[in-house]
Design a binder for this molecule. Structure first.
Ligand SMILES: [Zn+2]
Length: 71
């Protein structure tokens, strides 16, 4: 079961949208009605409405993957 809306602070996600610098990996740094996310390539912080953000996710590289495997 996929829970695309299940975001956590510190998650690294790959978005379908490229940043102006060419990077497409973003770190989630704040959750809310708007997601605050930082471009992993240039460090720029942007805010994207949550519903729009989850639609833009192409892949996720959650740092908590290991703990899920242990269970
Ligand atoms: Zn960037």
């Amino acid at each position: 079961m996929r829970t695309d809306d299940d975001l956590h602070m510190g998650d690294i996600v790959e978005l379908k949208k490229l940043h102006a610098c060419g990077g497409n990996q973003w770190e989630v740094i704040r959750l809310g009605a708007d997601i605050r996310t930082r471009c992993c390539q240039c460090g720029r912080v942007v805010m994207i409405p949550r519903r729009r953000f989850v639609r833009l996710i192409r892949a996720r590289r959650s740092r908590s993957q290991h703990s899920e495997e242990e269970q």
